[in-house]
Design a protein around this ligand. Sequence first.
Ligand SMILES: NC(=O)c1ccc[n+]([C@@H]2O[C@H](COP(=O)([O-])OP(=O)(O)OC[C@H]3O[C@@H](n4cnc5c(N)ncnc54)[C@H](O)[C@@H]3O)[C@@H](O)[C@H]2O)c1
Length: 422
Amino acid sequence: MKSVKITVIGLGFVGLTTAVGFAKKGFTTFGYEIDQSKAKLLQKSQIPFFEEGLQEGLQDVIEKKFFITNSLEDALRDSDVVFYCIGTPMNKEGFADLSFLITSLKETASLIKICKPKPTLIIKSTIPPSTSQEVFIPLLKTLGLKVNMGDSSDCFLANNPEFLREGFAYQDFLNPDRIVVGSSQELEIIKKIYAPFNAPIIFTNLNSAEFIKYLSNTTLAMQISFANEMSMIAEKIGNIDIQLSFQVLHQDKRFHGSPANITSYIYPGLGFGGYCLPKDTLALHKKSQEKGFDTKILKGIIETNERILTFYLEKISQEVSKDAKIGILGLSFKPGSDDVRDSKSKSLIDGLLERGFKNIIAYDPIANDVFKQIYALPICYTKTSKELVDACDVCIIATAWEEFTQCNFTDKKVYNLRFLKL
Ligand SMILES: NC(=O)c1ccc[n+]([C@@H]2O[C@H](COP(=O)([O-])OP(=O)(O)OC[C@H]3O[C@@H](n4cnc5c(N)ncnc54)[C@H](O)[C@@H]3O)[C@@H](O)[C@H]2O)c1
């Protein structure tokens, strides 16, 4: 461990936490901050913002394991890993301003030879998906560097989004739920520096890692906006105890546990069906309109729920011959139930029939009979998933039944529309 040197560029919330965190775990860490007055303050173990435990953490490691320098050269000399924790604020048009990061990458590129051979440059700043691939790698290439080219590389560029919560930054950094790394390969150095954190390390490609950070933040934003929209609707309708309503919502079993069952709702698929969610969402939207409040998020939720089905129908239509034998795996609106009311499988089959697909075979572990009874569709059914898979050219997973993970799809085209882990 002593042979690894980590450099952190930008010592704001994220950078300082990262640097102190790695130093605390025993790594020799250097920090470089362009704002001289901030750097001076930090050198005296003073922090220009409050983060529980960070001040004490800094005092423990400063000048022992963590060294702040005014010289970028000193910071980079013999460095194995360089973390970029530079701000990416919103620009006038609403895009992420990458200019500070670009300046820093250019500075690093001009000094790359003083790092250890083939250093790993890790972007921890939040950058829009595709930025590394479309902006940073081309930039480093025009500066004469071979990037992410295996053994012949001059350096590797990776993305490692940070999920810490301000106010809990230091504790969150030291106890991460998961570490996400976007990279062209599973870099050993990253495994090594994150080993003391005892968290799963998920390696993925650059775009996915960048996306995961936005997915996380927009999901949180959606939940907040959704709660706010609900409170505005309640206010308009009147005589509703908003505080109590949310407290009761939080008592639902689905909000507890590890992982909390709520995670199954925050997962992509064919959209929500069944008896409750579609009608209730629409009903509240209508009620709200009637009361003179035009919803934006509820309307968006409904539109997206319709759009996702058309999206996949168009894709299948373009990619699959109309004569193909298509197998629909799953007919109930969700696994563990035989409720087929407002089932997405029904809408999917309708859509396929409308688009000229004639050979449709369906199977559900428990909902075949009820589906057949309620919907008189010109399709066939099988008694087992194996029978269905054997009989079809193309399989579409429409309900997330665990059973389908055991199917042998060799030689079959599969549309895994519930993103089951196969
Ligand atoms: N704050 C959070 O809770 C949080 C959480 C996760 C991710 N992020 C992301 O991490 C990034 C950093 O956020 P932050 O809150 O730490 O920002 P910040 O503004 O507190 O810190 C950025 C630091 O980088 C320094 N800097 C700018 N250019 C530099 C350069 N060329 N060389 C050296 N230092 C330079 C700035 O002076 C500043 O101190 C952003 O992309 C942000 O979106 C933030």
